[in-house]
Design a protein around this ligand. Sequence first.
Ligand code: DX5
Ligand code: ZN
Length: 222
Amino acid sequence: MAIQISPSILSADFARLADEAAAVPGADWLHVDVMDGHFVPNLTLGLPIVESLLKATPTPLDCHLMIEDPDRWAPAYAEAGAGSVTIHARAASAPVRTLREIRRHGARAGLALNPAEPVEPYEDLIGEMDMLLLMTVEPGFGGQKFLDLVLPKIRKARQLLDDRDAAVWLQVDGGVSDETIERAAEAGADVFVAGSAVYGAQDPDKAVESLRAQAQQVSKLA
Ligand code: DX5
Ligand code: ZN
């Protein structure tokens, strides 16, 4: 299982995004949290900033849309050139169509579930997605505590994906740090979003490598 680290720019300095992107050359992705102030009680950034960021960094963008009506807005992020676009299952009226639209525009399609949302109802959609995102905090803010109650669901999702031999990545987002990444990796996650643990560190790129090393260590044992 290849481990990937996706630093969240939510914890970066929004006035210096190009520099903040350049500060993590070892990252596999840059995680971009798009929040609309409705689906979650916070407002961040949208398509114009994603378009600028795409020109400012060679690192592919992992856009996490915490917005209402992703059916309407998500395809444009893929069309703009984001490498991955993730929508929240609960927010989408037509998740199958939207996931297909994201793929049609050349991006990887992701489906996200909040901590209290079970994975089983989405089992039949596994073939429509390239990544399943299991939130390990309630979405909306950086710097929250990792919710251990999601660990059994990570294990369940890993089992479902393995049973189907699906080449679907399993991402966790929220509270991922040196203290928690091993638990998430042991449960079967392979893509790790980390905001405060990376951008709150003295050396963000070193933090990326340290997180990766810890996750790799555990997944080798698994
Ligand atoms: C939270 C966002 C996360 C956030 C994670 O709703 O989706 O991506 O940036 O931040 P940390 O790693 O600090 O929990
Ligand atoms: Zn996120």
